[in-house]
Design a protein around this ligand. Structure first.
Ligand SMILES: [Zn+2]
Length: 149
């Protein structure tokens, strides 16, 4: 199965609420090639105001996920306690989801590189604000703020 880019449809503009789109900046020098994500309202559509939010380098997004997941591992006990309460939900789907959350964290080790399966199993969306601030929203609706260095 071909999986789309993990960020497609999941990066949200904190400025206007649109989704970010992927853009490749090519160069004859491979080292200068960059992949960025930017608001799809970045450029003026007739009669509409364009969005002034800044673009973000995809390496920052990958790193934000790695940092978020490792922070969750550091606070594993807290998350698992919280999700265990979710296991008592009346809703079968919710119970299934919480069991999955617990499973993805219980025996996990800190990660050094991006893991697509993990990303899909715990992340709902990433909201990018101006001034280098992003908010990662987990599928359990919790929000984690990341500062970009
Ligand atoms: Zn925008």
């Amino acid at each position: 199965m071909k999986v789309d880019n993990p960020f497609a449809g999941r990066i949200i503009c904190g400025h206007c609420g649109s989704t970010f789109e992927r853009k490749v900046w090519n160069s004859t020098d491979e080292r200068l090639r960059r992949v960025i994500w930017r608001c799809n309202k970045k450029y003026k559509v007739k009669g509409e105001k364009s969005c002034e939010n800044k673009h973000i380098d995809d390496r920052v997004l990958y790193q934000a996920f790695i940092n978020t997941f490792n922070a969750m591992i550091e606070n594993k006990g807290y998350f698992i306690e919280k999700w265990k309460k979710g296991l008592k939900s009346e809703n079968i789907l919710a119970r299934y989801k919480f069991r999955q959350f617990i499973g993805s964290l219980k025996n996990a080790e800190p990660i050094q590189s991006f893991d697509m399966d993990l990303f899909f199993s715990i992340i709902e969306k990433i909201t990018v604000y101006e001034g280098q601030r992003i908010i990662v929203t987990l599928l359990d609706t919790m929000e984690i703020e990341c500062e970009i260095e």
